[in-house]
Write a protein that binds this ligand. Structure first.
Ligand code: SF4
Length: 213
């Protein structure tokens, strides 16, 4: 089975609760959404076709990675992604980053899912597949990208309405250069609801762009 790959690289995980740990990234190409704040536009299209065995070989060259991140684009747009995760999770910790619009029912239970809920400012509000709530465990994580107060209120309402406690980790990510992180922190401190401020560590480490090898 072949997959369309945008890039493979070893770096520091910049987001969510494993932020700061070394990770090997498998960025798959292609996406079904068109978000206003997309920071991986290059991965929405194109990519090079790679045999799954070659991807697995690349992973074995990075034994010190704390975990393997499968991201995109939208990884679940490709038929081979579930098979890739099944092969990898036998020996490695896997984290899947997905935009929330694709069915999660076939994702292996060992895989930690990082699932977006698109906010109003993204232009893709309503893309979240509500049936996916049934497949979220406590160790999984949701992510809301926040550009303004309306996005924050949307996230807070969604969490209160649809998520039981204890439930998945709720990450709120300020849009870089648009939402003041300190203002988002202030809102979280005032409100609580188990919300987590999710800063992008890689943009602090490498403001001019992450070196990838
Ligand atoms: S889902 Fe992700 S890759 Fe696709 S357009 Fe939105 S931010 Fe970009």
């Amino acid at each position: 089975m072949d997959l369309l790959v945008s890039e493979l690289f070893y770096s520091i995980q910049g987001e969510t609760t494993r932020s700061g740990f070394p990770s090997f990234f498998i960025r798959l190409a292609g996406c079904n959404l068109n978000c206003a704040w997309c920071d991986t536009v290059y991965a929405r299209t194109g990519g090079r076709r790679m045999a799954m065995e070659r991807i697995l070989d690349a992973v074995t060259k990075h034994p010190h990675a704390d975990h393997i991140t499968i991201t995109g684009g939208e990884p679940l747009c490709q038929e081979g992604t579930i098979g890739l995760m099944r092969r990898l999770c036998a020996s490695r910790r896997i984290r899947l980053e997905t935009n929330g619009s694709r069915d999660l029912s076939e994702v292996p239970v060992e895989v930690v899912k990082i699932v977006d809920v698109k906010t109003p400012s993204s232009g893709e509000e309503g893309s979240f597949l509500m049936e996916n709530l049934a497949f979220l465990a406590e160790r999984d994580e949701l992510k809301f990208v926040i550009a303004d107060r309306a996005d924050y209120d949307f996230a807070r309402t969604f969490v209160k309405k649809h998520l039981a406690k204890p439930g998945p980790v709720i990450n709120l990510s300020p849009v870089r250069g648009v939402m003041d992180p300190a203002e988002l922190a202030r809102l979280i401190l005032a409100d609580g609801h188990g919300l987590r401020l999710n800063m992008q560590l890689h943009t602090v480490l490498w403001p001019e762009g992450e070196p990838k090898k």
